[in-house]
Design a protein around this ligand. Structure first.
Ligand code: COA
Length: 327
């Protein structure tokens, strides 16, 4: 099996900044409540007429640019998203066309907020067996038109954005290495967090009137499960590689709520200075939180080549996972 590494990162957020104050006029909430209970100060929403692939395209181009590779070199596109442009075809195929990557095999992975970590593992298998040299792995969402602006527990937490990485075989000692990725799922608890609108709830007037177009979440139950699973899977990744938390250079937890992130870091005994935090500016972009946070920290110089990075994720399904890599 070939060793694999991350050759480039990219991200894109739509320019429209939506501060907490925006929600004060539509639901009974306050900037103070949102900031204190979630750590979110603002998020980005797309403008009408745009779709997920419009966020994915600049993220993909930036990642390829960092990797020094042209779009024509891409052999595989895996997109983790639950809010693609359409139910079918996959957003990966729409992106393949927009990007100009005609050789690429392209498909989406639906694993809620864990979509990017799941996609990373899938892509890594294609690269490890030598069949594909250049894989684009994306994660992101357009949640602004899938949140219920009458439900104060969900509408304040989500945002739009997309991130990308290029995965390929390690060529030299300067390259990092993806050490391992660990995935889990528990379908028993799917109804604590879901986005209806598939074959169980086909389009109808009743469906629209019942507000079945929007994310449904039992936030406090999800919170407890997230803390437990995110801590356990991070430890699993560390133990698998014979590492202890103090050996980690950077920790990128799923950016859903600052209180979840702080509690998981506390349980792992990772100091907060090593935690990459973007939830304050972008909210929860679901499958987008990890690749966008990784890209920010790489581009601002915090994460350097050779650094040991731990990421973990938790989302609808439930699904959860962690990945450990030397950047
Ligand atoms: N503004 C003001 N009050 C709000 C509110 C808001 N936006 N949202 C909820 N509340 C109220 C509730 O109605 C409740 O009021 P009550 O006590 O009168 O019934 C009270 O705050 C506590 O509600 P609770 O749901 O327990 O709040 P919380 O502290 O758990 O925060 C979330 C809610 C959604 C922010 C939090 O549970 C969370 O972040 N959950 C995990 C989200 C997540 O990880 N989701 C995706 C998985 S990736």
């Amino acid at each position: 099996m070939l060793k694999t590494c991350i050759k480039g990162t990219g991200s894109y957020f739509p320019p429209r900044v939506v501060p907490n104050k925006f929600f004060e006029s539509i639901v009974y909430t306050s900037d103070e409540w949102i900031t204190t209970r979630t750590g979110i100060r603002e998020r980005r929403f797309i403008d009408n007429g745009l779709a997920f692939s419009d966020l994915a395209l600049p993220a993909a181009r930036a990642a390829l640019d960092m990797a020094g590779l042209p779009a024509e070199a891409v052999e595989l596109i895996v997109v983790g998203t639950s809010t693609g442009d359409m139910i079918s075809p996959a957003s990966a195929c729409i992106l393949q066309k927009k990007l100009g990557a005609p050789r690429a095999v392209a498909f989406d992975v639906s694993a809620g907020c864990s979509g990017w970590v799941y996609s990373l593992q899938v892509a890594q298998k294609f690269v490890q067996d030598g069949s594909h040299q250049c894989a684009l792995v994306l994660g992101g969402e357009v949640l602004s038109n899938r949140i219920d602006y009458q439900d104060r527990t969900t509408c304040v937490v989500f945002g739009d954005g997309a991130g990308a990485v290029v995965v390929g075989p390690c060529n030299g000692s300067d390259d990092g290495e993806i050490l391992s990725t660990h995935l889990h799922a528990d379908g028993e608890l799917w109804d604590l967090l879901y986005l209806p609108g598939g074959s169980a709830n086909p389009p109808s007037r009743e469906m629209v009137e019942a507000r079945m177009l929007y994310v449904k979440m039992q936030g406090n139950e999800v919170f407890k499960q997230a803390v437990r699973s995110l801590s356990a899977v991070a430890l699993e990744a560390l133990e698998h590689n014979g590492l202890t938390p103090d050996e980690i250079d950077w920790f990128i937890p799923h950016q859903a709520n600052i209180r979840i992130m702080e509690e998981v870091a506390r349980r792992l005994e990772i100091p907060i200075e090593k935690v990459i935090i973007t939830v304050d500016r972008y909210g929860n972009t679901s499958a987008g939180t990890i690749p966008t946070s990784l890209d920010e920290a790489v581009r601002d110089g915090r994460i350097k080549r050779g650094d040991l990075v731990l990421v973990n994720t938790f989302g609808a399904g439930f699904t959860w996972g962690a990945s450990l890599f030397r950047f």
